[in-house]
Design a protein around this ligand. Structure first.
Ligand code: NAP
Length: 328
């Protein structure tokens, strides 16, 4: 039995989720994989903050303590923004450390570069948690690709926006009232600009585009419209006609390989797969040549869904124990 040594960058909602799940599932993971897991170090900005963690957990604000430790096998990255995350993960890959990220801002922009770098160093860079949190969309598309061709991906990629649109329809309240409720319930950030303005959904759409089509459209060519354009009058009119507003991110490839993307509010009829997706859930429809249409629905954010997506990536990296071969 070997010990796998890991470090976590960030101990906010996601970092703490990873920490909790690794600890809660320690014994199962050991049984399943034959490895013990040792959380060696956690990177934060402020080491003086009170944290939920065992006394022996080592917090540091110096990333070099982690990157220069030759014992680390895997790094979970759950900090915020393109930099310094990209630099930290590039350096980790250079040292032969596998990386798992939840950082959609970084990965939308630099993910393809990071993945190529990891491939060239023969380590893994995994990113299931960057897109739709607990919905295993990256794994699903990855497993479809060798035998099929993805033509279109569309869906609800931001739970905050979907929650607000749902509240507006169900309770006939204004956008502002619904947003305040989303903030009070912890679904929306204090600064919700990226969620309601569509940038967050756009980033996830670009990550999916890179995976499914091997490239992204020119970012300037993708129109992004937020849900702040949707009025309560519009929501009521739509409901009277049995229609619902959904904030849809959409990317489609034509036969020449040309990509067209968009993010914005769309009116959906009752026969559409996104019609019944209410509240904070995310939903993604993947159209392929062989499968036709596949829809995945589930929690798009939060401590456990996101942490669990990352621990799922981790288990794929460390591999399951080899099946026992029974001979007669
Ligand atoms: N929240 C979700 O449900 C969710 C879902 C999917 C993806 N994500 C992505 O996951 C990442 C983490 O999100 P979160 O919600 O957990 O954020 P968060 O609650 O704000 O926590 C961020 C953590 O990272 C640390 N940190 C930030 N910048 C740092 C730096 N430069 N150096 C060292 N530590 C740094 C912070 O340290 P201090 O504690 O000392 O401030 C904090 O512990 C983000 O990239 C986010 O987009 C989040």
């Amino acid at each position: 039995m070997s010990s796998i040594k890991v470090a976590i960058l960030g101990f906010g909602t996601v970092g703490e989720g990873i920490y909790r799940i690794l600890n809660e599932r320690k014994e199962d993971i050991q049984q399943e994989t034959g490895h013990t897991i040792d959380i060696v170090s956690i990177l934060v900005r402020d080491t003086s903050k009170e944290r939920l963690a065992t006394p022996e957990t080592k917090f540091t604000d110096d990333v070099q303590e982690i990157l220069s430790n030759p014992a680390i096998d895997v790094i979970f990255e759950a900090i915020v923004g393109e930099e310094p995350a990209f630099r930290y993960l590039t350096e980790a890959i250079d040292k032969g450390i596998h990386v798992i990220t939840a950082n959609k801002t970084m990965f939308a922009k630099r993910g393809q570069e990071l993945a190529r770098h990891a491939e060239s160093r023969d380590v893994q860079a995994r990113y299931e948690a960057t897109t739709a949190g607990g919905v295993p969309i990256i794994r699903t598309i990855t497993s479809l690709l060798p035998a099929d061709r993805v033509r279109r991906i569309r869906g609800i990629l931001n739970g905050t926006s979907n929650f607000i649109l749902t509240k507006m329809r169900e309770e006939e309240v204004s956008f502002e009232v619904a947003l305040k409720e989303a903030q009070a319930l912890g679904y929306a950030e204090a600064d919700p600009t990226d969620d309601i303005g569509g940038k967050d959904a756009f980033r996830k759409l670009m990550i999916l585009s890179g995976l499914a089509f091997g490239s992204q459209p020119d970012w300037q060519d993708v129109p992004i419209v937020g849900i702040d354009e949707v009025t309560i009058e519009g929501v009521k009119d739509a409901a009277a006609g049995n229609l619902r507003y959904r904030h849809v991110a959409d990317i489609i490839v034509d036969d020449s390989g040309m990509l067209s993307g968009s993010v914005g509010p769309v009116l959906i009829g009752a026969d559409h797969p996104l019609y019944s997706v209410d509240g904070v859930d995310n939903a993604i429809i993947v159209d392929t040549d062989h499968l036709g249409s596949l829809t995945l629905i589930g929690p798009g954010a939060g401590m456990y869904p996101t942490g669990s997506a990352m621990v799922g990536d981790f288990l794929q990296i460390i591999g399951k124990r080899q099946a026992v071969v029974v001979t007669s």
